[in-house]
Design a protein around this ligand. Structure first.
Ligand SMILES: Nc1ncnc2c1ncn2[C@@H]1O[C@H](COP(=O)(O)OP(=O)(O)OP(=O)(O)O)[C@@H](O)[C@H]1O
Ligand SMILES: [Mg+2]
Length: 471
């Protein structure tokens, strides 16, 4: 019960009353979710695997980093990336886009709760490259088909993803592709500024379209289609096709000419010319480009030496790599490419062909071929996981049973019982995905060599894959 003074003052301060009611209703994130372990640390925050207490469903919770000065957490508002990711995710709903379940504001931190995806393209590439076996065409085709399907949806609702790369393209255990990480995504009808203006972070350079590298002031959906081309080439060859070194801003923050990245592209696709791309002469960096060595297109040769098993996708890739953004295939045109009509046809579950292979192998007890195996489950760790919620209250929610990393029992996550200033933003369009909580899992040992973060280019290692931070 509120005392008289408090209720009097609240009547005169409706905002305070609202906050009080809101905070009373708020269920702390730690009471709603059991944290099973830490997945990855990215540019904007940390991602955890969590189980919903109410229904046992598994989720990924992305906690945005609060602004910090030294050890002091300051609250300067919500970051641009968080706002974009939340705002866009709440409005969209598609099978091939990762669904946002809810957003929780608590103790100056933002928690985005997503449907869980067991794999991502980078992990699949890593699995196959470790075993030195190519990704089989039926799997490759289904992954690409679903990626394009998700991208058609994003583009149809005027969203540019702007950061398509293997680590941001997730896959569920049912083989359903989920485009993730809309932290850099934008609505296209806004006047688009040049890439370096305003944004602290830009698209990872290996997947950056030539028009951006040549300083284009305006850009279009075609930049995502270029990135899809890079992703297809990487799935086919198991390594990034254009692995350039990013030139950094100088001390005066002048935008540098990305010579190395452009050379990596030209070495495979040839130097752009005005016949194929009339607009190239208007590119701000055209003069610098003309000073580079001249190359001819050798994509076909690249395929024969690096990805001969996937040569059937050559023609599609060639068109996704058209220099002229107006001629480059759109996501829809790419999906209509004859490659998808040819056998093997894309399957709804990208792993379908592997399931039947695994079955026949077990029946015939042959030595299994690793390329015929499902990729391993996503690794989560306990030991190098920074706790998700601050160490105030110290209520221990971990009961040992959720110990996905195999670490000692009773290895609970210390949590904060507080919850002041808390609120939940319902996540509009999300949901609708299949339940992921039912399958049993095996996980890496604690302290075992690399956590998954190091494979995904997030957090602990793999710095070269990370987005460049500007300013
Ligand atoms: N829904 C999910 N289910 C499972 N794992 C996820 C999920 N979302 C993200 N991850 C994992 O966490 C990583 C980082 O997530 P995300 O890309 O959204 O964050 P980020 O801060 O933008 O990171 P980065 O800067 O590395 O792109 C992903 O590469 C993926 O490995
Ligand atoms: Mg990411």
């Amino acid at each position: 019960m509120l005392d008289e003074w408090t209720s009097n003052s609240l009547t005169h301060d409706p905002m305070r009353l609202y906050r009080l009611k809101r905070d009373r209703r708020h269920i702390p994130v730690s009471a709603k979710y059991n944290i099973m372990g830490f997945i990855s640390s990215g540019t904007y925050g940390r991602v955890y695997k969590a189980e919903c207490v109410e229904d046992g469903q598994i989720h990924a919770i992305k906690k945005f980093k609060p602004d910090k000065e030294g050890d002091v957490v300051t609250y300067t508002g919500i970051s641009q990336s968080a706002i974009r990711e939340i705002a866009l995710n709440r409005e969209i709903n598609h099978e091939n886009i990762v669904a946002l379940k809810e957003v929780i504001l608590e103790d100056k931190s933002i928690y985005m709760v997503f449907e869980y995806a067991e794999h991502d393209f980078l992990q699949i590439i890593h699995h196959n490259s470790t075993h030195r076996v190519p990704i089989q065409i039926p799997v490759l085709k289904s992954l690409v088909y679903q990626l394009l399907n998700g991208l058609i949806y994003l583009h149809s609702v005027h969203i540019l993803h702007r950061d398509l790369k293997p680590a941001n393209i997730l896959v569920t255990s049912n083989g359903i592709v989920k485009i993730g990480d809309l932290g850099l995504a934008r609505l296209i009808y806004e006047p688009l500024q040049p890439l370096h203006a305003g944004d602290k972070v830009v698209v990872t350079i290996w997947y950056r379209a030539p028009e951006l590298l040549l300083g284009a002031k305006h850009y279009t959906k075609a930049i995502d289609c270029w990135a899809v081309g890079c992703v297809i080439a990487e799935l086919a060859s198991l390594r990034p096709i254009f692995k350039g070194e990013e030139a950094k801003l100088d001390s005066k923050k002048n935008v540098p000419f990305q010579k190395d990245q452009l050379l990596k592209i030209f070495e495979v696709l040839g130097t752009p010319n005005e016949r194929d791309w009339p607009g190239v002469k208007d590119m701000p960096e055209f003069q610098s480009m003309k000073r580079l060595d001249y190359f001819t297109n050798r994509l076909h040769e690249w395929f024969r030496t690096r990805a001969n098993h996937a040569i059937s996708v050559y023609e599609l890739l060639l068109r996704l790599f058209y220099y002229d953004p107006d001629k480059r295939l759109t996501a829809r045109e790419a999906l209509n490419h004859p490659w998808f009509q040819e056998d093997p046809k894309p399957t709804r579950n990208a792993f379908e062909s592997l399931l039947s292979h695994s079955h026949s192998h077990s029946l015939q007890s042959q030595v299994p071929n690793p390329s015929h195996h499902l990729p391993p489950l996503r690794r989560i760790t306990q030991d190098d996981a920074p706790s998700m919620v601050p160490m105030q209250g110290n209520i221990n929610i971990g009961n040992g049973n959720n110990n996905a990393g195999g670490a000692g029992h009773g290895h609970g996550i210390p949590i904060n019982a507080g919850g002041m200033g808390a609120g939940v933003i319902g996540a509009g369009g999300g949901g609708g995905g299949p339940p992921f909580g039912s399958h049993s899992q095996t996980h890496s040992k604690p302290g075992s060599s690399a956590s998954f973060a190091s494979l995904s280019g997030g957090g602990n290692a793999g710095g070269t894959r990370k987005k460049a931070r500007l300013g």
